[in-house]
Design a protein around this ligand. Sequence first.
Ligand code: IVH
Length: 670
Amino acid sequence: MSASQAELARLAELRQQIAHHNYLYYVEAAPVISDREFDQLLDELTALEKKYPELITPDSPTQRVGGSPISGFRTVTHRVPMLSIDKCTTPAELREFDARLRKLLNSKSLRYVVEPKIDGVAISLTYVHGLLDVGVTRGDGERGDDVTHNLRTISSVPLRLHTDHPPALFEARGEIYMTKADFAALNEQYKAAGERTAANPRNFAAGSLKLLDPRECAKRKLRLFTYSTGAVEGVTLATHEETLATLRAFGFPVNPEVRFFNDIDGVIDCCHQWNDRRSSLPYEIDGLVIKLDNLKQREELGATSKHVRWAIAYKFEAEEGITRILDIEISVGKYGEQTPVARLAPVQLAGTTVQYASLHNAAQVKAKDIRIGDMAVVVKRGDIIPHVEQVLVELRTGSEKPFVFPANCPVCGAPTKLNETETTYVCTATATCPAQLQGRLESFAKRERMDIAGIGEEMARALVQSGLVKKVTDLYSLTEEKLLTLERVGKKTAQNLLKGIEASKSRGLGRLLSALSIPNVGESMGGLLARAFPSLDRLLAASKADLAQVEGFGPTRADSVWEFFHSPTGQELVADLRAAGLKLTEDVAAPVGNALAGKTVVVTGTLTKYKRNEIEALIEQHGGKAAGSVSKNTSFLVAGAEAGSKLAKAQALGVPVLSEEEFDALLRGG
Ligand code: IVH
């Protein structure tokens, strides 16, 4: 049976429509139809193709994941070699680059492009008469692997160029990458399934392209940015700007963060700005690429044996490195939690020498199978404490030793036990362990809590070790005389400290509750609790059920709070607080606006302008509700840098995501 004219026309129309909606969704990020409507179109096409399999074309949208696994990779020679570029790390080197180019080209000024250097995998996509013919990895620059079967599965890779007059040959080059959120979510999924995880999005993307089964690759959520052409016939391009415009017109995704400058000062300025902006991107970049805009000038400059002369990479300081775990030590926290810390062979990360990295808890050590002597991938991003992402099992020699958690707290010697979630060992001497007390004292004095300047790690240790403070409320019976017995404390320091302690008495109930190290009650919870029970007396009179009604509370938190205050130590604490004359009530602030009335807002990632409790307070002052987790009832998510699974979930549920700036604009009514 052959297809009717009407069916033939419908086949063509469906393919064109699906490709168009795919493009709007994945490249423009501006879909105009719902997922359901899209699926209907795809279903209709699939049904027609099932009826007439001989009419299936290679660029049909149904063919993205059509292929069966391949048995190995074919090597392909690049028509034009994929060269690399030199790198630098300082503005002075950028000036040298500019001076060199101006001299070689005998030119006063040059036009430059600055683009993010996507930390992904370089690939080439060749289109013959407009149809995707082959997709190849960079390989050694001369030859790469044919990974067409996997590249076809990436929705933002056009299967056909968006033009009625395709050039005979068109090679687009760019980078395959993965967003931080997709990486976090997928890695999480693999971890849960007990499968091997990747150290970073780049490795994940590279590994995905090397899969033999395209159906597996299709699940990896890879994306594309193109930034240049390779071999082309039938198109002439004069500048980079034109190249990008052509790529865009042909349906390729092009990074919108491209800037043009007519002098190197502009370039350098731009590089400086990226130092701060970098972490706000949803994908990782390891630097910027500075290129000459004019393609003829590029040709004139040519290349050395290693690099092209017309571009340079301005690399950021590495945030990730590989080093050896020399030992694992235990640090004891304010709840007695025994946090394993890796002592490392020193490694330079993000401009600092890193010698210690957190291993989080016993469960993580077990899940990542971290052993003493292992080579490890260590990550330090911005202000975040360095952590061990994974160990390189393939580099083991056999002399690595598994870590056994001590049965006794290394600080006080009391027995340790696993907590209820079986993730962490805890010291059982809650009241007497000096490490726990020191932790509680430091936490109590923090700026966001009781704000006692002068009590940091060192002072807290001195107060505890000297025996001047045996419980946190002992702070309020310190005298100048007592403080002067401490080493390195003079009259001035003692007086300032006492002033700070006195001032802390009036912080109010919310901050006090946040400061008391009540299990499961962090900074924002103290405020919420105090708003619901604006005096300590009312809080003490509340039942567990009353407490569970508090915004953001559930039975676990409610139990924690109730048990805390109704235990003998809790009762004693309350008596001490009263005796010391602390303010045990909360002035409930009137709302300042209603821009967020009826809205449920979730905050995630590292914010630059607000502390977490500040933004949550703002949300509430404007009539909104600050929630902890993303659901379909979330009105929007405010995402800072390094946002992970919450961002992924919001994107999956179609919950709008706002930057801090957009959030501010919303409050201002913009
Ligand atoms: S331009 C002649 N632009 O960085 C090579 N490269 O060595 C011109 N990369 O392997 C490359 N983002 O994979 C260029 N916006 C960008 C890039 C970029 C990432 C990678 C590329 C290449 C390496 C440079």
